[in-house]
Design a protein around this ligand. Structure first.
Ligand code: CTP
Ligand code: ZN
Length: 155
């Protein structure tokens, strides 16, 4: 560690720290990762001051290690998060996230007439642009963009 600044949220021994979450996206990140279903210890901080973002959130998950493809889904709402893997109190790896080429579930299609909004059909999209994000429905081909993006809770 650099200088010994006091940590707002305590360090963890083993697990995953997701840092630089835009404060307003914290709850969508929780939804996307399905964190209401896990029993591990989780600590959060939000509305913390950040140099880069206006206000940031941080999330520390003890004993939880995600697959990269699961982390990548966070990029839909929080493309600039930094993911730190902690083993025995040390940061052993830093990861970034990237919106996947194919997005399944998670996002609701913007088109009310789409089959995914009419029947029990899971949504499926292809990535069109990353910045800003826009994705195309596999079924109705309508474009859902950042402004209209509604996250379906994984619950
Ligand atoms: N962290 C933690 N528990 C540990 C080690 C680190 O919770 N045992 C957290 C730190 O609080 C920090 C993040 O993991 O939020 C990354 O740690 P570190 O790389 O030491 O901090 P920085 O250099 O500030 O990270 P960066 O600038 O890459 O965001
Ligand atoms: Zn559709």
């Amino acid at each position: 560690m650099k200088d010994r600044k006091q940590l707002v949220v305590s360090a963890i021994k083993d697990g995953t720290v997701i840092d630089h979450i835009p404060a307003k996206e914290l709850f969508r990140v929780i939804d996307i990762l399905g964190l209401d279903h896990i029993e591990n210890q989780i600590t959060f901080g939000t509305n913390l001051d950040s140099e880069k973002l206006e206000k940031k959130g941080i999330m520390k998950l003890s004993g939880v290690f995600f697959k990269q493809e699961d982390l990548d889904r966070i990029a839909l709402v929080a493309p600039d998060v930094k993911v730190n893997i902690i083993r025995d109190y040390e940061v052993v790896e830093k990861k970034v996230v990237e919106i996947p080429e194919r997005i399944e579930r998670i996002v609701k299609c913007v088109n009310p007439m789409c089959i995914t909004n009419q029947e029990e059909v899971r949504t499926k999209f292809d990535l069109v642009t990353r910045h800003p994000v826009s994705i195309k429905c596999y079924y109705c081909e309508k474009i859902t963009d950042a402004n209209s993006m509604e996250i379906i809770s994984s619950g």
